[in-house]
Design a binder for this molecule. Sequence first.
Ligand code: FES
Length: 115
Amino acid sequence: MGYEFICPEGSIAEGEKKAFEIANKKILLIQTTEGLFATQAKCPHLGAPLEKGVLLDDNTLQCKYHRAEFNIKTGKAEQWACFPPGIQALNFFRGEKNLATYETKVEDGKILVLI
Ligand code: FES
């Protein structure tokens, strides 16, 4: 486990997110007004790309597919899949899971992620 280069500093504007593949892991990097955050790039519900999700605020990322919501700082699932109506029946088999999160830092103009 160590810090890996993910992209040059300034590659992601405030409010943006981008997915990267580093050391066989798909990582989503998110730039908010509060800093840089990194999570797993696929939704733990059914694997949708969270890069296409919606950043509801500086803390919360909503998966576009079934609207699960995750705290990007802690990874906690704040709301599990709830769309379309009836998806809750599937939730019996696909129980609530948090997102993996990763520490980030900027060093010498490079964004690094601890993986
Ligand atoms: S794939 Fe993300 S909520 Fe279903």
